[in-house]
Design a protein around this ligand. Sequence first.
Ligand SMILES: Cc1cc2nc3c(=O)[nH]c(=O)nc-3n(C[C@H](O)[C@H](O)[C@H](O)COP(=O)(O)O)c2cc1C
Length: 424
Amino acid sequence: MKRVLLIIGGGIAAYKCLDLIRRLGERGIAVRCVMTKAAQAFVTPLAVGAVSNARVATDLLDLEGEREIGHIRLARDADLVVVAPATADLLARMAQGHADDLATAVLLATRAPVLVAPAMNPAMWSHRATRRNVALLAADSVHVIGPNAGEMAEKGEAGVGRMAEVAELVARIETLLGAGAREGGFGFLAVSDTRTARPAACSLLLAGRHVLVTSGPTHEPIDPVRYIANRSSGKQGHAIAAAAHRLGARVTLVSGPVEIADPAGVEVRHVETAREMLAAVEAALPADVAIFAAAVADWRVAAPGNGKIKKAAGAPPPALELVENPDILRAIAKRGPRRPTLVIGFAAETQDVVAQAAAKRKAKGADWIVANDVSEASGVFGADRNRVHVLTADGVEDWPDLDKSEVADALLRRAGAFLSRDTV
Ligand SMILES: Cc1cc2nc3c(=O)[nH]c(=O)nc-3n(C[C@H](O)[C@H](O)[C@H](O)COP(=O)(O)O)c2cc1C
């Protein structure tokens, strides 16, 4: 019998948990409940205990409760932990790793997958603090369902903030239990992953999806032996392709000339120039997600020499006339038919990073822009770490300094959640 630990937060939607417990019980899933202090103001432990047919845990520092079934055992005995409703405050405490009440202590101690069902007023949901917390949780391998758009419990309020419906929750819980729980919970580092400090991939969030990624620099020939290039190493783009593969996607990586190995399990098209890259990208469509991490040269030499341009004694150096390269991000983001559902561009800037990236998002028609500072002082080019800002229609998220593979994981999880409209 599969075991779900249901953590009930203090929101109006708490009453829906009684139905959720019942529906899970009908499917042969055992449910134990933890209620926050605030949750008990909305539904009583007595009602929850009666429906779940088990003692409800409410206190961390309760001698009796701790002796009967301690917080570590509660955490350990679950195949899946579900937080519903997940209040804004509970999401914030989770994101910060608090453990000052039973709910958060259990969440920190569990190695089971965690699913949260946020429910709150639309203004609270769209607040940047909540967006940031949800992004952090997604990066920590937490599954997010909802919230949905619709009427709020408060009279006259509507928007995105309603907890996912019980039927949706049951379906997602069954999927997660079926996908084989115990793959690693919220923020839990599987032993094999501790070296890279990467959260364990805990679901095939992108199964059935096609993810197209560009990576590396382009080389624009001056003549058969010389070219114009840039300092992109391809590490971030290749990490993104690898992360998409780990999350179950079919991945096409269009790579400029790089010195790093092709990621395993990914179809790689090697190209040299911007025009070749665009052609390879076009040929790889359709895709659900297209992520343009390559540093494509803005210009190419108008008329590259057919033979090596020779230096002649006393002659002036050759003048190179440049022409503009195709704008791959713009071409794909603004295309009508076969436009990927989610188009993500990268903006490598050396000053006014966020402002430049915001302008780029608008001008190019990208859904999201991942912006980073590539000034010499930042040391990003060729490095293993990256500090990015993610610009979406909802605003700007400033991500902490992360390993490039962690940036990749977090970005792909967010993309997966976007595709299933788990988060807005
Ligand atoms: C009537 C009422 C309804 C509330 N509904 C919600 C809600 O739906 N979502 C939410 O995030 N907070 C809601 N709150 C605020 C939370 O109850 C409050 O932030 C509380 O500290 C959450 O505690 P918990 O996260 O430990 O359950 C509500 C408060 C009141 C008084």
